[in-house]
Design a protein. Sequence first.
Length: 388
Amino acid sequence: MLRLGDTGPPVAEVRRKLVMLSLLPKPDDALQDPEEAVYDDACDRAVRHFQQQRGLNVDGLVGRETSEVLEEARWRLGDRPLSHQVSRPLRGDDVGLLQRRLLDMGFNCGRADGIFGPETAQALRELQRSLAVNPDGICGPDTFRALDRLVKTVTGGHHQNLREAEALARSGPRLGGKVVVIDPGHGGLDHGNVANGLTEASIVEDLASRLEGRLIATGVQAHLTRSISGRHARQAVRDDEARATLANEFRADLFVSLHVDSHPSPQANGVATYFFGTDRFGQSSAMGQRFAELVLREIAARTDLLNCGTHGKTWDLLRRTKMPAVRLDLGYLTNPSDAARLADPAFRDVVAEAILVAVQRLYLPPDDDVPTGALRIDSLWAESAGRA
Ligand SMILES: [Zn+2]
């Protein structure tokens, strides 16, 4: 147990860690003999500050717990390879940051507790698969690099530099090989909303079909969560849990759930998108949000539907799907003007095109982000083919 007035090498070690955390000023190089180190008032204040930050007992004493947490706090992401060590799990701020990033991107590693357990290893493997990195469950240089690139893409990437641009160019904006699961929100005996002579199921099934065709044409593996009018032999899958499980089993890169809204008031109208997110737990899917924003942006740019915004929700389907997922509510069936648009196959074609462009944009580097609504997918496609 170290306290005010103590001296010697153990105190030097504590001071060194506090300096790394910027809680003590950097010492003058000439005065660094460990034997001379003193647990002085400044050191005591810094320890109390640290204990306060970390939710420890604030007593200014460095006992077992404070000492362990000080040790954990010195690790920065990238300092050491991270993996699941069964006998003695790794603990540290680097593990906590990795977990927060995994959670931000929609990979479920449980709570961000700074302990590298089996759930974190599993989530890391899923992330590695989605990044096309060897899924060995070890967060080493390749994964750090890919992670860094992905975070920049997801957050919109200011501070671009040449190296990032190069890395992105190498990974390429190609859609080929990506797996997208399309979820017609209703079908079979479930008609969804019914109004103005239309059923929600018939609209989302038709839209799913148009989107599926376009995705396949660009080299994407597209799967549907339920059969459409007997077209697929596969048994219709109904509840949210089963559809989410299906998407997880496909190891989908993206998930799109299609719905049309309804409201007691015929006045309600417009298009909205949803992603997994909640302020309360600070957990959300950053890439899901980006994707949801893109889908809405592209639809709003190509149609005259009212833009009702993108919102974070914890609905079961968004929560259970492990990949970036978006739910689209395309207009209100109960609004005569929205319903008239939805009834028009040409309109549904425009929407399918918009979703496809959003998928492509998600994988484009931010500085290639051409103005919304200005491009059709064939020109994006030609552009990416030209680059490769
Ligand atoms: Zn619905």
